[in-house]
Design a protein around this ligand. Structure first.
Ligand code: SAH
Length: 463
């Protein structure tokens, strides 16, 4: 079993630091199912390649309690593809040999952890249940350039046809830890088998390695089910935890201006009302609510006859179910129901179902996306869906010091991946507008503090 990772980053041998494996040394390690060898066939300034070679002990394997082949055919336990085909053994070996890189730590050069490297990956024999199409379905949405070379079952007997194995080559520019996490999850999911009994621990492993990218993957369900060996209860638990972003209460402000107290409306309601005001001013009739959650904004939109077509989209299936219930979908009048559509989908992929709307809004959503995925969001919305108006709101990080219950340096919500200052939001928004041919203006949302601004901020893009 063979995995090679190359980088062409200048000062390429720095890969050794990141992996915690010195390029000049050949290192081996005993694992329960054989040996893992790590070495560098090439370690030069302009290109560095590390190889992880697994030597699987087929005899030890046949004796193990969890031998998946013991019931197959008599020789099956000795003669099978496990020593050669990339499988969950490779994931285990990645975790054992490149553990710190996989977990995103690097003592010597911590700044390297987040740095995107130009990377090329070769896996000699990828076992792909579902074939080439499935391998592409798994890797391409993550931005990889994928090359697959089929292999004959036996070169001497071409009539026997293709084997289920491929030589896989991947190219992408991304942090090494992200690559390792993708491989850790996707290889066994493609193989659709596991060399050990799986339990709740496996859900934790999947969440730890997949939390940042799996929820937005179009094949999240299949990958999760396969990774968890089709154990229904585990898969369901994992899917729920991957997809669900519980909407939490906002922390309360220590110094709230009087009018906000008097009006007694929550900041969140205020955001929704402000957004509706902007949509009306823009004359939008068809509106897309991106990351609609449990449907609070959808309810407001439905109450206003100007909005004749309303589409809510969320990655969390459970939130959509809640939205349906709260909006009384089942008992809604047919006329009302016709105006509303709920879609299960991700904001970071092109989705033709969201094309053709006058306006799109995303209220307190972008901060739930990983910063490196913002570019994918930008393209999916501004380049492909391309509504006339786009309204985004996000917390203003400067205001956080005024929240009594929020300790310094923490975010308002455990799932927030970042919180921006007004300057940061403006810089990003202006970049998007310039790249995508929109105008943009910014407005505060909520009571403004002289020094720190308002608790939330809004950008209104139009073209
Ligand atoms: N807009 C709603 C909910 C905000 S919470 C409101 O104003 O109340 C953020 C929402 O974004 C959650 O419902 C979460 O499931 C959704 N979300 C997070 N990442 C997403 C993604 N990549 N694609 C689609 N929805 C996403």
């Amino acid at each position: 079993m063979y995995l090679a990772i190359s980088t062409t980053r200048p000062n390429a041998t720095i890969l050794g630091f990141l992996l915690g494996k010195h390029p000049a040394r050949f290192q081996s390690r005993e694992l329960s199912f054989g040996k893992a060898h790590v070495f560098y066939p090439q370690a030069e300034e302009g290109r560095c390649t590390v190889v992880l070679l697994l030597e699987i002990d087929a005899v030890a394997l046949s004796r193990s309690r969890n031998n998946a082949y013991s019931d197959a055919f008599q020789l099956g336990q000795y003669v099978n593809d496990r020593p050669y085909a990339a499988s969950s053994f490779l994931s285990t070996a990645i975790a054992k040999t490149f553990g710190s890189a996989l977990n995103g730590t690097c003592k010597e050069n911590p700044e390297l952890v987040e740095e995107p490297f130009p990377l090329e990956v070769t896996i000699a024999a990828l076992s792909a249940s579902g074939g080439e199409a499935m391998a592409r379905n798994f890797f391409e949405p993550l931005g990889y350039a994928v090359d697959l070379e089929g292999q004959l079952l036996d070169e001497q007997f071409p009539d026997w046809g293709e084997s289920p194995y491929f030589k896989l080559q991947l190219r992408h520019v991304l942090p090494v830890s992200t690559l390792l996490r993708h491989l850790y999850v996707l290889i066994p999911a493609l193989d659709n088998n596991k060399h050990y009994y799986i339990s709740q621990d496996e859900v934790e492993k999947l969440l730890a390695k997949g939390r940042h990218w799996l929820p937005g993957h179009p094949a999240v369900e299949l990958i999760t089910r396969r990774f968890l060996k089709h154990r229904k209860s585990l898969a369901e638990m994992a899917l729920e935890r991957l997809n669900i972003v519980e909407e939490q209460e906002e922390p309360t402000a220590a110094r709230q201006p009087e009018e906000a107290l008097e009006e007694k409306i929550s900041l969140h309601q205020l955001r929704h009302q402000t957004v509706v005001g902007e949509l009306k001013a823009a004359g939008a009739q068809s509106v897309l609510d991106l990351g609609c959650g449990s449907g609070k904004l959808l309810r407001l939109l439905l109450q206003d006859g100007q909005f004749s077509r309303i589409t809510g989209l969320d990655i969390s299936y459970r939130s959509l179910e809640i939205a349906k219930r709260r909006l009384n979908w089942e008992t809604m009048s047919p006329r009302m129901r016709e105006r509303l559509q709920l879609l299960h989908g991700a904001l970071t992929y092109r989705d033709r179902r969201i094309e053709g709307h006058d306006a799109a809004v995303a209220v307190e959503v972008i901060e739930h996306l990983d910063e490196p995925r913002l570019h994918a969001f930008e393209r999916a919305i501004f380049e492909y869906a391309r509504p006339h108006t786009v309204i985004l709101t996000t917390p203003n990080a400067e205001y956080n010091v005024l929240f009594e219950t929020l300790s310094a340096g923490t975010f308002r919500h455990s799932d927030h991946r970042f919180e921006w200052t007004r300057g940061q939001f403006r810089e990003w928004g202006e970049g998007v507008a310039a790249r995508q041919g929109y105008q943009v203006r910014f407005a505060p949302v909520g009571p403004e503090d002289e020094q720190y601004g308002a608790p939330s901020q809004m950008a209104i893009f139009s073209k």
